[in-house]
Design a binder for this molecule. Sequence first.
Ligand code: B12
Ligand code: SF4
Length: 488
Amino acid sequence: MKIAFIEPAIANVEPLGIAYLAQMLIDAGHKVKYFESPRKGFLERLKDFNPDVLAYSIATGKHRLCRELNSALRKKMNAFSIFGGPHCTFYPEFIESDKYIDGVCIGEGEFAIVELVNALEAKKKFTNIQNWWIRYKGEIYKNPTRHKFEDLDALPYPNRDIIYAENKDLSKSPIKRIMASRGCPYNCSYCFNQKYNLLYKGKGKISCHRSPKNIVGELKQIKKKYPFTFLKIVDDTFGISMDYDEFARLYKKEIDVPFLCNARANLLNESKIKYLKEAGCVAVTLAIESGNEFIRNKVLNRGLSYEIMSNAINLLKDNGLRVWTQNIIGSPGETFEMALETFKFNIKHKIDFAECFVLTPFFGTAVYEYCVKNNYLEKGTDIDKMSQSYWLGSCIKFKSLEEKNKFINFHKFFGFGVKHPWALSIIKQLIKLPPNTLFVLFNRFYDAWRISRVIRAKFTPLNFLTTVKVNVKFILSYFVKTDKYSKL
Ligand code: B12
Ligand code: SF4
């Protein structure tokens, strides 16, 4: 069968989920192509390929664009439309929102997609396949999830060729990304892992790690075809159950490219940090989320004390690693003074880059339930209106519109203010203005520049221009109106 994976925007990073599924389908004998819809000749190229299946990978927010695009396409072609990714895992009821959605995959997709496409090809019954909610002849069939696939080393490497064939800028990017593990055992209230773990309760290990040999094997393959000078390991919490010693040795010997990874403060210790450093790690992303104890541990359920976070940062810095923190403002019940505690925590610890998000209570998360229970959601909030971004707005109720705007604006100057604390009095005046595009652009470009300072990847002038181009297009994609596909 022919499967077309479709992205409604120009991707600024490789969609790894799609790349994993693509290789599984190719190994099962199917033809796979990847298309980005804003590209020239999108519709003609898609029609030429003549797909049997249209497939979309969606996070909440992006689901609207994909649904509109899919229904515009289905009015022009006969195909079976399937969707997967975090939005479907959180909210499989998405299938009910449009008659052109034929299947929604919950959780891991590798084996589920192959089983479905094989059944479609063989014209066999396909309404009873695990992980799928299927629409067929006016009925919706809801199937349970299968056992989690734990042996990640047994999966084929994700297929980047199909992604880079469509998005040449990504293939040339000096930064590449991999996923070394899946799953996280913590229960932070705003994160999808909590729901994911409930979904897979009794169906396999929560956290699965690839072996260092397998990770390095993939990187060697990428290096040969698509050379890179910097690596981002995008795992939620890198190395939870990894042999650090072996990873450091193999990575240094075979790859030797500087990298960045995410860590959790309570899991770091002197020995792990030494191994990371030895391997070539130059910076670590550490989620602080809130400097206020109540918001951090009662609302966001982080389970981290001030001391643990502080010690981890000091350890990283003492070992010469740069620290990139992640922070959340605008949590339910947070006052501006509480948000300032987060800001000051970052200043006190001289953080290299303080990334900030405005809390988005994704449907299905514990913080969403907390908001509903305590009446913190704006009237009219529903999953279809939820923003794709963590930074353009908020559906949390604040004591006034002015207060809400203050948070939205403070987010735009957070990273800058942490690096330049003298600017706080000016920032306090600026954030009284209505939120505007200028502030958004300032934030996006300042943050991009800070990130470049933290990772210090080697860019040729061409690399640099390409990266700027890719990111500008990505930022613009947030402003895309869904009705644009009616013109297709
Ligand atoms: C790297 C990453 C990014 C990267 C790249 C995203 C990408 N397109 O690949 C960047 C930085 C760009 C990014 C941006 C965002 N991200 Co992000 N991101 C991640 C992260 C850390 C890893 C994603 C990944 O590569 N996973 C590895 C692959 C193998 O897993 P996967 O994509 O889930 O795919 C598997 C299944 O979901 C399924 N599947 C996926 N697609 C499909 C499609 C079909 C047809 C089928 C059958 C199955 C299927 O099968 C795959 C293999 O098992 C996840 C957390 C996580 N642990 O997954 C968050 C995560 C996906 N991101 C999230 C969010 C919210 C965002 C943003 C909205 C944030 C923002 N405002 O900027 C944007 C939106 C991006 C977009 N337009 O979709 C949320 C999604 C929550 C939700 N309800 O949707 C997550 C889950 C983190 C969280 N907060 O809990 N993200
Ligand atoms: S530690 Fe990070 S990845 Fe794990 S549950 Fe918390 S927010 Fe999610």
